[in-house]
Design a protein around this ligand. Structure first.
Ligand SMILES: [Zn+2]
Ligand SMILES: [Zn+2]
Length: 395
């Protein structure tokens, strides 16, 4: 067993203690004060100076020698839902760590401890980033604006997301993609205005419902006929509203949905074509149409291919053959780590934390989810080895 993994395994009770406390604190968005205080205290106890650069956004740097800087990112916000895990340390404030971010923070604190113990082996600096509000995708952007990637300037970055509930989630298995990893996510709303009237006399009205239905049906033409088969893209309408009863044609109707894409080119193409198709279809049916695309959309997370290939042996040293890497995305979900991967060579990986046959039957965002805490030492040792080896290779 690799020495970092051995040391991380010995740390498991402490990792669990921190993870369970952060889990119990819960908290959504930037409302993470008890967890932020725990993180600040642990870093202070380790003799690591930390700064809070935005509300609950904490940065700390380790390393005594000149050289490149690696950033490790952990988010630590929970979701706004009632926890139903039945765990003794369950949150009781209407929030739930159903995305496993409590483990992310504990793993990064464990990594801080291990890196501090091996500080002489670091040929440069490691910056630790504890991020609020990943779920509403504003935390990472705000920490970048507050300078998390500067002073010292970050040369490369890594992040780990744990997952459970599927057959690939062997405890400690590290999976990463070479290239596109998580999709861009863009919320949109389509509002169609007509001129309502009596349901028996549609010829005296301009019907927004028929126009809207035509527009959203035609929008799927983008996916079936315009996006190349080798690309991946999704346009989903998850919401539709219009009318109050069966015999009135309303003045307005609306639909809302999400676009998922894996490149900035495809992202712009799908957005532009959605707007064009909706407006022209509605115009043909004598309606007015407005398409609103949220300015808070997230770009795709794209792992740096060279870095994703370079790190393979460093992960293997920790995990043996309990790993998987290939040129395919991990998920159609989105991750606000995208803002970092857009700016510096980055790799985000998933860490297995329990398969269904071991009783871990729930997936992310399910309020009954629980994870195998035994995954955490693998995260700690992987993070540590990535930093030590990257800094050595790039000094
Ligand atoms: Zn999540
Ligand atoms: Zn998450």
């Amino acid at each position: 067993m690799h020495k970092y993994l051995e040391e991380a395994q010995a740390m498991l009770p402490h990792l669990q203690e921190m993870q369970q406390q952060i889990h119990h604190f819960g908290g959504v968005g930037y409302d993470l004060r008890p967890s932020a205080d725990l993180i600040l205290k642990e870093l202070a106890d380790l003799g690591i100076e930390a700064r809070e650069i935005i509300d609950c956004g904490i940065v700390a740097t380790i390393g005594k020698k000149d050289g490149p800087t690696v950033l490790l990112r952990a988010d630590y916000d929970a979701l706004p839902q009632e926890e139903i895990t039945g765990l003794p340390y369950a949150a009781t404030n209407g929030s739930c760590h159903s995305c496993g971010h409590d483990h992310h923070a504990a793993m990064l604190l464990g990594t801080a401890r291990l890196l501090k113990a091996h500080e002489d082996e670091l040929e440069g600096h490691v910056k630790l980033m504890f991020q609020p509000d990943e779920e509403a995708t504003t935390g990472c952007k705000r920490m970048i604006a507050a300078g998390v990637l500067d002073d010292p300037k970050v040369d490369a970055s890594f992040a780990i997301h744990i997952e459970a509930g599927s057959d690939r989630d062997n405890v400690g298995k590290v999976i990463w993609a070479q290239g596109p990893t998580y999709s861009a996510a863009d919320r949109f709303e389509i509002r169609v205005r007509g001129n309502g009237g009596h349901g028996s006399q549609p010829h005296k009205t301009i019907d927004p419902i028929t126009a809207l239905c035509n527009a959203i049906t035609t929008a799927q033409h983008i996916i079936s006929m315009e996006v190349p088969a080798a690309e991946r893209a999704v346009i989903t309408i998850g919401q539709i509203q219009g009318g109050t009863t069966v015999n009135i044609i309303p003045n307005e109707a609306m639909a809302g949905g999400t676009i998922r894409t894996y490149s900035n080119e495809m992202r712009a193409f799908c957005r532009d074509r959605l707007i064009e198709i909706c407006q022209l279809t509605c115009k043909a049916l004598r309606c007015e149409c407005e398409v609103w695309i949220s300015p808070d959309g997230v770009p795709p997370v794209v792992n740096d291919i060279d870095l994703a290939i370079e790190i393979h042996p460093w992960i293997e040293e920790i995990c043996g053959d309990n790993l998987y890497t290939a040129a395919e995305p991990l998920s159609f979900g989105s991750e606000d780590y995208a803002w970092i991967s857009e700016r510096v060579p980055s790799v985000i990986m998933t860490l297995g934390a329990g398969r269904p046959e071991e009783g871990y039957i729930h997936g992310a965002h399910n309020p009954a989810i629980h994870f195998d805490a035994g995954c955490m030492p693998y995260g700690v040792a992987t993070f540590t080895n990535l930093c030590v080896q990257y800094l050595k290779a790039h000094k």
